[in-house]
Design a protein around this ligand. Structure first.
Ligand SMILES: [Zn+2]
Ligand SMILES: [Zn+2]
Length: 160
């Protein structure tokens, strides 16, 4: 408990030093915990950022953190409806007869999903356990795709 004692001593010393003649306002007790906050901050290397907006793109577009100036295809999507990570398959598109039960029974195993995946150059096929989408051009999730009702959102990307 040496660290805690040090902190308490330091805290007491600080309070004893007060008031500082240059600052007539005494610090309130509620300000004290904030003095220790920097020690609990997340290291810079662990910072995460979410796509804004979230893009789905064809296989020719790079994956990663997307923004208006850099519309990359998000590869950290999660479905808010089924709580599953969204998987994607480059150069494939879904056949028209994919349904909820098929995804539920076969997600996320490619060898089981491939019977409804058709090779298509430049396309990227996305799926969670309840929804699917094929993309060739870059589109925003929840903006251009509102009518499709996609419940996919970015979970955030580590900032290098
Ligand atoms: Zn993202
Ligand atoms: Zn889902």
């Amino acid at each position: 408990m040496a660290d805690l004692d040090d902190l308490l001593n330091e805290l007491t010393a600080e309070l004893d030093d007060d008031p500082d003649p240059r600052s007539p306002v005494r610090p309130l007790p509620s300000n004290i915990p904030s003095r220790f906050a920097p020690k609990e901050q997340i290291p810079v290397s662990a910072l995460q950022k979410k796509c804004s907006p979230v893009f789905l793109s064809g296989s020719m577009t790079a994956v990663g953190l997307g923004s208006h100036s850099s519309p990359r295809s998000c590869d950290k999507l999660i479905c808010l409806a089924c709580d599953c990570r969204v998987v994607s398959f480059d150069n494939y598109q879904w056949t028209d007869d994919v349904d909820y039960l098929f995804l539920r029974n076969n997600y996320p195993d490619y060898s089981r999903l491939q019977c409804h995946l058709r090779p298509r150059r430049g396309s990227r096929a996305y799926a969670c356990q309840c929804q699917h989408q094929s993309a060739i051009e870059t589109r925003k999730v929840g903006v251009n795709l509102v009518s499709s009702g996609l419940k996919w959102t970015c979970t955030s990307h580590p900032i290098v």
